[in-house]
Write a protein that binds this ligand. Structure first.
Ligand SMILES: C[S@@+](CC[C@H](N)C(=O)[O-])C[C@H]1O[C@@H](n2cnc3c(N)ncnc32)[C@H](O)[C@@H]1O
Length: 415
């Protein structure tokens, strides 16, 4: 089912259920006679209070709706989805689509109040048995029920997102889909990551082998290490990813085009406008330095039989599991590959529970800079004492809005 079909279906069901529930609650409150003797000012105060309750429920649901849109591209309100998608097309702002989604959602809910007002006060004006007091009580009951409904819908949405099964690397991962979805152009997360890597490798010991752990089918991070490494070893869990890299090494027709990333790497190194020859030279240098494609598994306490002076592992441990304890374990196994005094460079999707590749949601460990700082203790010290956070605003396209970047040195002796 497409995002639109699911959103339309959810909107129809949700609005119908809300109307039935809110109207029934309003009628029931009037029929119960509980508020028959309440003085008019108190009835109006109750009505005002019911709007506050409704607003609070709506606010909770707007947050849940945003998560739903960001992670699945669907919404329980199709106008909200339309406003969100349209805004994404016309602006690169990270906040605008969220605001548009909220306005679309809240706007339709406020507009839905009109028939209630017309119905309640229209009936009061035309009927001898229903008075203005009944109309006010009806609206208060309907508002309270609507507030509870919004809150309940938010809980349901969260439960749905929480229970969602993640796609499997073994079954669902298609290297070509990942490359097409993420690496046609240099997106904001990679603008920050590659610049960071270029600066980080200056801290690496030159002319030693460099390991990339969890490289996927990609090379965009590797170009930054070509000049300082004696050899480059690329490790990933999936053979299909390594095959994709081999295709690039072999210059096969249809192998991914990494030149936009090579160009950006050279720019980060200070060449303002790299020539075609300079791009080709860096590609050739990288090809000549890659001497090993290795299958690695972060689940193993010793994924490889050796250590490295420099290990670079961007978007691997955090993007391979949704379980924080497992993430910690993966990080310990990966950092265990750094020799004493060596350099570890990593990047992670910040507070991301899942990123999408061709409609599949792969797991995110939902970690942040504090988690990274903690997991590196006590053997590692972040270089410059900082772990960087960059907002990238790629929520809707990929499922995350910020990244964390860290370079750290392993103590020369175990503390
Ligand atoms: C989001 S991709 C990142 C690839 C690359 N580092 C990048 O920045 O584009 C996550 C990678 O983690 C790898 N992976 C998943 N489970 C793993 C495991 N148990 N051990 C090592 N790598 C794993 C996947 O094969 C995939 O290539």
């Amino acid at each position: 089912m497409s995002g639109w079909t699911a959103s339309i279906a959810a909107t129809v069901v949700s609005n119908y259920a809300l109307d039935v529930w809110a109207a029934a609650a309003g009628v029931a409150l009037v029929a119960s006679g509980l508020l028959d003797d309440v003085a008019p000012p108190w009835a109006v105060a109750l009505l005002a209070g019911s709007y506050v309750a409704w607003g609070l429920g709506l606010r909770t649901n707007l947050v849940a709706n945003w998560s739903l849109l960001a992670r699945t591209g669907t919404s329980t309100n199709v106008i909200s989805k339309a406003a969100h998608d349209l805004t994404r097309r016309v602006t690169t702002s990270a906040r605008a689509p969220r605001l548009a989604a909220a306005i679309g959602y809240a706007g339709t809910q406020v507009a839905a109040e009109v028939p209630y007002y017309a119905g309640a006060f229209g009936t009061a004006a035309l009927s001898d048995t229903v008075g203005t007091h009944d109309a006010v009580v009806f609206l208060a009951g309907a508002n309270l029920a609507a507030g509870a409904y919004e809150y309940g819908l938010a809980r349901l949405t969260r439960a749905f997102l929480g229970r969602r099964r993640y796609a499997s690397f073994d079954i669902d991962w298609v290297p070509a889909h990942y490359l097409t979805g993420y690496y046609r152009t240099v997106e904001p997360d990679e603008v920050a990551t590659i610049a960071f890597l270029v600066a980080a490798v200056r801290h690496a010991e030159r002319d030693r082998p460099v390991l990339f752990f969890g490289t996927g089918p990609t090379l965009h991070h590797v170009f930054a290490a070509a000049e300082i490494a004696s050899e480059i070893h690329l490790g990933d869990y999936l053979p299909a990813n390594l095959t994709e890299i081999q295709r690039w090494l072999d210059r096969e027709p249809g192998a991914h085009d990494w030149r936009p990333f090579v160009r950006y790497t050279l720019q980060c190194e200070g060449i303002a406008d790299p020539s075609d020859e300079e791009l080709a030279a860096r590609e050739d240098l990288t090809r000549s330095k890659i001497t090993s494609l290795i299958r690695v598994d972060a689940r193993h306490p010793r994924p490889l039989g050796r250590t490295y002076a420099t290990v670079i592992s961007p978007y691997c441990a955090d993007s391979a599991t949704a379980d924080r304890t497992t993430w910690r374990l993966f990080m310990r196994h990966i950092t265990g590959l750094v020799e004493p005094g060596g350099l570890f460079v990593t990047a992670a999707l910040r507070r991301c529970r899942g990123y999408t590749v061709a409609g599949h949601t792969f797991p995110g460990a939902d970690i942040d800079e504090h988690d990274i700082h903690e997991v590196l203790q006590p053997e590692f010290a972040p270089l410059d004492g900082t772990i960087e956070v960059h907002r990238t605003g790629q929520d809707t396209a990929h499922g995350y809005s910020a990244i964390v970047l860290c370079r750290a040195r392993r103590m020369a002796t175990t503390p």
